[in-house]
Design a protein around this ligand. Structure first.
Ligand SMILES: C[S@@+](CC[C@H](N)C(=O)[O-])C[C@H]1O[C@@H](n2cnc3c(N)ncnc32)[C@H](O)[C@@H]1O
Length: 209
């Protein structure tokens, strides 16, 4: 037995320190709302721990935005999370149309969990072209030091091609502006999921600061 944790737990653990009081976060593939629940809980925690009293008092309203193209995913997430999330029943490729102006540049984390909705139609998967469009759009809303997490699955039809395209896209990001980390179990018979963490570099401290 290993206690390294599932890929989801490892990714969430690495994302958690990047969420600060007052930040926004996006779940680009809402599904059943598990990742959105992590984002809501983490933001509530940091608001209470790190936020000044005024921020906690102020009740800034929901700052997790969740996208999904399937009504059943929106319904399942709403049943889990109620009004803690801004639900967007639209493709993540249209992200820039739906992210409120106040969130642009204030998003600390964008999560993608690619593939199909467990328990639903397995043919309704994320698609290479729209996923890449959504990743580009995510770069446009992310704050300095913010992280995009993408978990890619290779077992379903189209999954390998999508995963390969996502990795190629991330690997081509300019090193001075982005850091890209890949996480993967390597001792499996069939290729399992892998996750990419893509961080917008923080500005370098100015000399003498
Ligand atoms: C693996 S599930 C996500 C799991 C989810 N993050 C959770 O915590 O339960 C992938 C989801 O992506 C959704 N999806 C597919 N194409 C999409 C698109 N273009 N934009 C947004 N969501 C999409 C599917 O409907 C499905 O619910």
């Amino acid at each position: 037995m290993s206690d390294l944790g599932s890929m989801t737990e490892v990714v969430q653990g690495l994302l958690r320190p990047h969420l600060k009081a007052g930040d926004w976060a996006i779940d680009a593939t809402l599904g059943n709302g598990h990742d959105a629940a992590f984002l809501c809980d983490a933001l509530d925690e940091v608001d209470a721990l790190d936020g000044d009293a005024a921020l906690v008092e102020q009740d800034l309203g929901p700052r997790v935005i969740g996208f999904d193209v399937q009504q059943e995913a929106i319904d399942a997430s709403r049943a889990r999370l109620g009004d803690r999330v801004i639900y967007v029943h639209a493709g993540h490729e249209d992200m820039s149309e739906h992210v409120p102006a106040e969130a642009v540049g204030a998003v600390a984390v964008v999560m993608f969990n690619l593939g199909y909705l467990p328990g639903a139609d397995h043919a309704r998967t994320t698609q290479e072209k729209s996923t890449l469009q959504a990743l580009e759009a995510s770069c446009g809303v992310l704050q300095s030091g913010g992280v995009i997490a993408v978990t890619c699955y290779r077992g379903h039809p189209g999954g390998l091609e999508e995963a390969t395209a996502v990795e190629a896209w991330a690997s081509a990001l300019p090193r001075k502006e982005w850091a890209v980390l890949k996480l993967e179990h390597t001792n499996t018979k069939r290729p399992g999921p892998f996750s990419l963490l893509i961080q917008r570099e923080l500005p370098r401290p100015s000399k003498g600061a």
